[in-house]
Design a protein around this ligand. Structure first.
Ligand code: MN
Length: 742
């Protein structure tokens, strides 16, 4: 039976109040026309959604009103965006068409609403996440407001996720942490990003979320006392500045606290920076830099600063527009306290991001920070060589989300690259050709390997040589999407060029046999399972697959109509191996550590340990139900984890270790150091096998210009043993770094 959808009197009042509330939250000046158009959009939306309700049962129209309010209140958007937010679901869900909107509200608004509708249908389709993400960014470069409104839409949906079934909650949460949170961060929408991640955690990890929330509220009072104690001795001097200011403690988000507990492996009680102290001064833009440093000086006169924690994002703002002065000082009782110093204007940008930034455009000393980023997004979008998955990888791993490093050309021009960028990235950053022909790199007048990680202040000088060209291993020496995609296309081109010989040879042979070329190539590609034609040609050219080999199994056959074509002789299949008698096989469960999956003993499930992250007893783990290989156990920090959750969150199950069984796990370490002559390997293996008594499963080491890099697989019983091995290796004099790898 259809639900009765008539909106009652009480609901009508609710809707009108929500609308009135929305109008009050609009901060920009509204002229008569704006006011009229907002009213018109509201009435159109009320009418269009009048027969719909949300999962929770409330009238649907409350959703677009709430989204519009978030746009106004929390992102600081103006009337155009508010109109679009009110209309954001009408084209998709109701009778109203895009033409109707264009007639009533004009081209601009129709375009944005269209973008929002397309974005929605992109997500409803069964297309892969990576492709969706590309679409999101495609709309972003057209009009950033589309994505900003989408952010508000997603935020309201996350806030009201309670009435959705569990598997949908997990999927939406995964998508949010995978796509929306990093994008919000990049757009400078810090508050929204923080709330996204908190809401995600509330869904994916409710126990830890509740536990931290509760501990935060239990310790609130003592924290407030502490903040008072911290602030009190500053007040007199701050009053002397003669500018209005605010000083307060700001709690960190539950998600960020949890992250710290997880990565640093310390209990809640030992985390002291549960809050930061923020000082916001109300001064004119001309005086803000001076006054902020004055405040810094007052704070550090009282509380001892830790110099390496000073971050000056006022002189050089972050690429998302963030400006602030951060420092960490030693407060009362010897605790570290982070202090953030900024002006009102900077605070507004930091809290509300791009839109707020817009409003001040022209006033900021760095008006182009956004444009530069949007340009690099455009550049990646336009690269025809990157497929969607590579694109997403590039986008996530590099540059576009991360912070940056400042380096100089030999002439002293400053260049900004993403943090983690290498010397070779710098070469590609200067010009594609400089990258292609790069043959040697000096940093601060010393030769460095191409994969050298840039540091702030480095001066980089590139030498080129026309005979040089990119090779496969260059990919590993760069971190930016630009360099990676340029190298990849050079490699593809090189492969294609080399494959030409293979193609010609095959063409001759097929010509002699008088069979159709295209059809035969198609057959060969599928027979030998090559990803593409180019790969077939390349394999032939390189002798990996020879023509005589092909024609051992391929022969000419005739169609019914006498056409010649290739057919393949069935290779004799080896007889199925008979199952060995049970007693010869390994007993089924020995060697497997004991686990609980979703709280139940794991023996009843068919599970294996994922080889992408090699969990070791003691690691945080989860179980993932694969399509055809049973359950795989991954580390919670596995690089594939978010990806899996975003695609198939509902397949993820809780897993935990129960006993310290006497079994071993494979763990891989990467070791780098100085190659100080023969015997490096002996010293390392001696330490591991003789001194620590651990078994080495594999070991390989590569030396290069006095550096070496080794990968070593060890058999360990648990994380304690592994950490012991890491510490012991770190203490060797010829070892510089030891890290666990996946
Ligand atoms: Mn919506």
């Amino acid at each position: 039976m259809a639900e009765v959808l008539i909106i009652n009197e009480e609901e009508k009042r609710l809707i009108q109040n929500a609308y009135r509330d929305l109008l009050k939250s609009i901060k920009s000046e509204l002229n008569e026309e704006d006011r009229m158009n907002i009213r018109k959009a509201y009435e159109m939306a009320v009418q269009a959604h009048s027969e719909q309700r949300r999962k929770s049962g409330e009238p649907y129209i409350l959703h677009p009103i709430a989204v519009a309010k978030i746009c106004a209140d929390e992102i600081g958007l103006g009337p155009t965006a508010i109109i679009c937010a009110l209309l954001h679901d009408v084209v998709e869900d109701t009778e109203i068409s895009l033409e109707d909107i264009q007639k009533q509200f004009g081209e601009r608004i129709a375009k944005i609403v269209d973008g929002l509708t397309k974005l929605d249908s992109a997500y409803n389709a069964e297309s892969p996440q990576a492709e969706n993400f590309r679409k999101v960014l495609g709309t972003l470069v057209e009009d950033v407001r589309v994505v900003l409104i989408k952010m508000a839409d997603r935020l309201h949906n996350m806030r009201t996720l309670g009435s959705m079934p569990r598997h949908k909650q997990l999927k939406i949460a995964a998508e949010t942490s995978y796509v929306y949170a990093p994008l919000a961060h990049r757009l400078g929408l810090y508050n929204i990003k923080t709330e996204y991640l908190d809401l995600c955690m509330k869904i994916t990890d409710p126990e830890n979320y509740q536990e931290i929330a509760q501990k935060l509220s239990e310790t609130k009072r003592s924290r407030e006392e502490y903040i008072k104690e911290f602030i009190a001795p500053l007040k007199d001097n701050l009053d002397d500045i003669g500018a209005h200011y605010e000083i307060f403690g700001r709690p960190k988000s539950i998600y960020s606290i949890w992250n710290k507990i997880r990565t640093k492996r310390v209990p809640f009680e030992e985390i002291y920076d549960l809050f930061a102290v923020r000082i916001v001064v109300d001064v004119t833009p001309e005086k803000e830099k001076l006054v902020c440093w004055q405040v810094y000086s007052i704070v550090t006169d009282v509380h001892t600063p830790i110099p390496e924690r000073l971050k000056d994002w006022i002189t050089t703002p972050k690429s998302n527009g963030y400006e602030s002065l951060h420092t960490t000082v030693i407060g009362p009782k010897g605790r570290y306290v982070e202090v953030q110093i900024r002006s009102n204007r900077m605070d507004e940008i930091a809290e509300r991001g791009y839109a707020a930034h817009w409003k001040y455009k022209g006033l900021s000393r760095h008006p182009d920070v956004y444009e530069r980023w949007l340009d690099s997004v455009r550049e990646i979008l336009e690269d025809p060589n990157s497929d969607a998955v590579e694109f997403l990888g590039d986008f996530k791993s590099n540059n576009l989300f991360n912070e940056e490093v400042f380096v100089y050309t030999p002439k002293g021009d400053m260049r900004i690259l993403p943090k983690g960028a290498t010397a070779l990235d710098f070469a590609f950053h200067i010009h594609t050709d400089v990258g292609y022909y790069c043959s040697a790199i000096k940093v601060n007048n010393k030769m460095v390997p191409m994969g050298y990680k840039l540091r702030n202040g480095d001066q980089v000088q590139i030498t080129t040589n026309k005979n040089q060209k990119p090779s496969e291993d260059w990919i590993k020496m760069v971190a930016t999407g630009k360099a990676r995609s340029k190298i990849r296309s050079a490699m593809k081109e090189e492969r294609r060029r080399k494959g030409e010989i293979g193609r010609e040879a095959l063409e001759r042979k097929l010509g002699n046999l008088k069979v159709d070329f295209d059809r035969s190539v198609e057959q060969l590609v599928s027979q030998y399972e090559f990803p593409s034609h180019a790969d077939l040609y390349y394999a032939i050219a390189m002798g990996e697959l020879t023509i005589p080999e092909i024609f051992k199994t391929a022969k000419v056959d005739f169609d019914k109509d006498g056409q010649r074509h290739l057919s393949f002789v069935e290779e004799e299949k080896p007889a199925p191996v008979e199952e060995k008698p049970r007693r010869e096989r390994k007993p089924k469960f020995t060697g497997k550590p004991r686990l609980l999956i979703n709280g139940e003993p794991a023996e009843q499930f068919n599970y294996t340990f994922a080889t992408c992250c090699n969990p070791v007893q003691g690691d945080d783990i989860f179980a993932y139900l694969t399509a055809n290989a049973g359950l795989k156990i991954h580390r919670a920090t596995c690089p594939n984890a978010t990806n899996l959750m975003a695609h198939y969150g509902y397949r993820v199950m809780k897993a935990e270790w129960i006993t310290t069984a006497d079994t071993t796990f494979v763990a891989a370490l990467k070791i780098t150091g100085i190659d100080d002559g023969p015997g490096v390997i002996e010293r390392l293996t001696h330490k591991i096998s003789t001194m620590l008594g651990l078994n080495i499963r594999s070991f390989n080491i590569e030396g290069n210009e006095g550096y070496y890099e080794g990968r070593i697989s060890l058999l360990v019983r648990n994380t304690d043993q592994l950490n012991m091995a890491i510490r012991a290796l770190q203490n060797l004099s010829n070892v510089s770094t030891v890290v666990r790898i996946d």
